[in-house]
Design a protein around this ligand. Structure first.
Ligand SMILES: [Mg+2]
Length: 446
């Protein structure tokens, strides 16, 4: 039989912690012990046999008789679990730098540590007591073997774990290298190399690095100019507003996919519930953008003007139904091409960030293929995986690697799930309208 885990209550307000004295030791109150005030639930921390629940007290006065959290570490009459739980809620700082050369950025591949086997931006966890600038320069120079100069801040991000009272802060900087004679630290870094932003995004799995790369892309005229992606032409070419956005794959999400491709407007058949799903998202304040790989164009089976016709017919139906797309981005290349726009490379999403003002932290990708999940994750947004159960059973293992935030039978069910999530756009708040000029966004939750 599984051992009963003990539940401890970590109650804190204004840097003051509520503890009880138990035979000379100060400890957390336990579940079931009476409290003299009501509380609201917070996150949970797991310490094996012990679970610590964080609670917010509802008080009408400042509790002078409680204990200062910072003073508890020095005392030897404080239970070890109290110290460990307080330590766990301390924010960890990560500092990273986008070292660029034209439209390319420098990445390092780690052989050990937290990002072993993965590419990342130079930088990492700060030592305690170390400032973000000082720390990132130390890390970058250790990793690359060359001197790095910071050109300015890019942004600050917050990343948390759902339901856990633990966060990290990511400080991202722009910078340049004073030499290209890289001497990577032998026991830590396997390779150092330059990549375009779209490629770099597929290589790193660190959310701070992803958001920093997207912000770098938006601030770099060379990178913005170098990215060429085809679009239908719905966007007016000028209006840019940071608004919550749902990216939709086309075949298998909006319309029925066909073995020999959808080559004519007549072959385009909406899936049941797809239009309704789009309307639900739109009514909940989400902007809709279509992103589709069109291999058939790469194989020269269908010319550009024919794809345009197919999309015009689709748009006419959507207009009648009151659904509006902000833009359709498409990749006209075939499977073997090494272009920035073919999913899972995130070129189409970067183009939407540049043109329309999409923020990955306020975006979803809905797709039926595993490459759609990979594509959404590359950009650093949330992902929904849709398709009939038999389809999902077939690819369940591959899809699980990308941890879809929503799994659903179709667009309608996915739309209901996305629209019902608490972090969605608030209705009636203008959903960021006019925020296009104010690009400095401060912090955002992951
Ligand atoms: Mg598809």
């Amino acid at each position: 039989m599984a051992k009963r885990r003990r539940e401890h209550l970590f109650i804190e307000t204004d840097g003051q912690v509520y503890l009880v004295r138990d035979r000379g030791t100060l400890r957390f109150p336990r579940k079931g012990e009476e409290l003299a005030f009501p509380t609201r639930a917070g996150g949970t921390m797991d310490f094996g046999d012990d679970v610590v629940r964080r609670l917010k007290p509802v008080l009408d006065h400042h509790p002078e008789e409680w204990y200062q959290r910072d003073a508890l570490f020095d005392r030897d009459d404080v239970d070890g679990l109290v110290k460990r739980a307080i330590y766990n809620t301390m924010i960890r700082c990560v500092s990273e730098v986008v070292v660029s050369k034209g439209n390319r950025v420098l990445m390092v591949k780690a052989t050990r540590g937290f990002s072993k086997g993965h590419w990342n931006l130079p930088g990492g966890f700060m030592d305690y007591g170390e400032g973000p600038e000082e720390g990132v320069l130390r890390e970058a120079e250790e990793e690359t073997g060359v001197r790095v100069v910071l050109d300015g801040p890019l942004n600050v991000y917050v990343s948390g774990f759902p339901g856990k009272p633990a966060y990290s802060l990511g400080f991202l900087f722009r910078g340049h290298a004073t030499s290209e004679e890289f001497r990577p630290k032998a026991d830590e870094i396997e390779r150092v190399d330059w990549f375009t932003v779209d490629k770099a995004l597929t290589l790193t799995r660190n959310p701070f690095a992803k958001w920093g790369l997207v912000d770098f892309f938006l601030q770099s005229p060379e990178a913005r100019r170098a990215l060429r992606v085809r679009r239908h032409g719905l966007w007016d070419g000028a209006t840019r507003a940071v608004r919550p956005t749902v990216f939709l794959d086309r075949d298998g999400v909006i319309n029925r996919g066909r073995k020999g491709y959808v080559r004519t407007p007549d072959a385009f058949e909406f899936l049941p519930g797809a239009i309704e799903g789009m309307r639900i998202l739109q009514d909940a304040g989400w902007r809709l953008v279509l992103v589709t790989n069109q291999d058939m164009m790469g194989w020269k089976l269908v010319p550009d003007r024919q794809l345009h016709r197919i999309h015009e017919a689709m748009l006419a139906t959507l207009r009648k139904e009151g659904v509006r797309l902000a833009e359709i981005y498409y990749c006209p290349h075939h499977v073997l091409s090494d272009c920035a726009c073919r999913k899972p490379r995130p070129g189409m999403m970067l183009a939407a960030a540049r043109d329309l003002g999409v923020d990955p932290r306020q975006a979803w990708m809905v797709g039926d293929k595993v490459l759609d999940l990979e594509f959404g994750r590359a950009f650093g947004c949330r992902v929904a995986w849709v398709g009939p159960k038999e389809w999902r059973d077939r690819f369940a293992k591959e899809a699980a690697e990308w941890h879809p935030d929503v799994v659903a039978d179709g667009l309608l069910e996915a739309a209901r799930a996305i629209a019902g999530r608490p972090e969605g756009p608030a209705r009636g708040r203008g959903a960021g309208r006019g925020a296009g000029r104010a690009r400095r966004r401060g912090t955002a939750r992951s």
